[in-house]
Structures are given as C-alpha cells and as structure tokens.
Write a protein that binds this ligand. Structure first.
Ligand code: ZN
Length: 232
C-alpha cells in the first residue's frame, strides 16, 4: 500500500470520530461511549448496538434500560457460597439433592454457570471473588477465604474439596495456598479431607468461563488428588 493510500485511511478514521461528535445527538454518543467501556465491546460494536436500538421500537430500549437499572436492586450474595442470589441462600445451596460434602472452589460466579452447563457436578460451590494477586494488593484477606475455611471447619462431614481456580499462574498459586490451608486444618482436627485439582485438560492460561462443556466435564472427571491429608 502506498503512502498516499495510508494517509487516506488515517484521514477516514479521524473523520469518523469528528463526524460522530459533530452530528450525533449527545444521548446517542453517550450510550456509545458507555457501551464501549464494557469488556469485549469496542467503539465499532458499541455504535452498531446503539444504531440497532435506534432502529427498533422505543419499548425495546426501554426494556433494556429498565433491566440495567434494576440489575443491582434486591441482589444479594449467598451467605454460604457467595454466589449471586435473590435470597439469603442461592438455589444451589438450597437444593437438598446436592451433595454439600463436596465443595468446588471457583474464582467467580461466572465459573459456576460454566460448570453447571456441563451437568456433571452435583456438589456445591464456594466463590472466592478472585485470586491472590500480590502485585495488585489482593491478598487472602481480600477474598472469601476466611469464610471458606470456616465452612470447612464447621462441616464435619466434608469429604472433598475441588480446587477449580483458572489454570494460570495466579490460579495455581491460589490453589496451592488453599490446599495447604485446608490440609493443615484437616490435620489439626484429625480429619481426612480429600483435596483435588481439576485436570490439566484445560488449556494453560485459559479461563474456565470460556471452556466448552465437554472440556469442563473431562477436567472434572480427571481431577486428581492435590495434597493428601493422612488418616487420623
Ligand atoms: Zn450458595
């Protein structure tokens, strides 16, 4: 491509931003800017979404606006597992058919949705709210780790804890930290708690939420013992 063509392309890009500022009404520009701040949506997709909404009847955008306005109203965190909930406990914790002696530890509520889609798992969850990231100042106290250890301490029937943090550096380090804490706790109280880690079938560095159902089922099936706590 010649120099002339490149400068023409640049000119077109600059013009587009300028045109947007010059001719778009403020509320249209504002929604484009707000949507563009969301993960995975750039200015192009944001513009496309806004123009789509503009082409639909007003009720469509009213409904969307109302859903966004009410998103955080009456929303709670489950008192037991920290999943999003409408009541004190989430539907998974309330379900008597689920095995509460099997706890899967995940980073976020989004991971729960991914794992539930695989329909393999019949235990319960514990959501950490992230992983340990010393560089960003996120230590164990910033996560729901104290509450997890309290759950482990209180549930004398607990059989297994599955560590399902993401298979990246921080996820692995957090899993190691938790495995040690849980096995120390088990040792101290003279109990045997199996601590397992989901299988390495997941691509390294990947996020659980993006893994497909089959990969997740296999990762779950192939879980291995992480740290063995000796019999009392
Ligand atoms: Zn719950």
């Amino acid at each position: 491509m010649g120099l002339f063509q490149i400068s023409q392309v640049r000119l077109r890009l600059v013009d587009e931003t300028k045109i947007m500022k010059d001719i778009l009404p403020r509320q249209v520009r504002r929604l484009i800017e707000e949507l563009a701040k969301l993960p995975g949506i750039g200015p192009k997709s944001a513009s496309r979404l806004v123009f789509y909404l503009l082409s639909r009847p007003k009720t469509r955008s009213d409904e969307l606006g109302e859903a966004i306005l009410n998103l955080k109203n009456n929303l709670k965190k489950c008192q037991r597992c920290f999943n999003i909930a409408e009541k004190e406990f989430c539907p998974i914790c309330e379900d008597l058919n689920r095995n509460s002696n099997l706890i899967m530890i995940v980073e976020s509520a989004l991971d729960v949705i991914a794992l539930e889609k695989s329909r393999e798992y019949r235990g319960v969850y514990h959501i950490l709210g992230g992983v340990i990231k010393p560089i960003e100042g996120i230590g164990p106290d910033e996560l729901q780790i104290r509450e997890l250890l309290e759950r482990v301490r209180e549930n004398r029937e607990l059989e297994e804890v599955i560590l399902a943090t993401n298979p990246n550096l921080e996820g692995e380090a957090t899993a190691m930290y938790l495995a040690k804490k849980i096995s120390d706790l088990a040792k101290k109280s003279g109990r045997k708690i199996l601590v397992t880690r989901i299988a390495r079938g997941l691509p390294v560095g990947a996020d659980l939420e993006y893994a497909d159902e089959v990969t997740l089922s296999r990762a779950l099936e192939g879980r291995r013992e992480f740290i063995h706590t000796p019999d009392s």
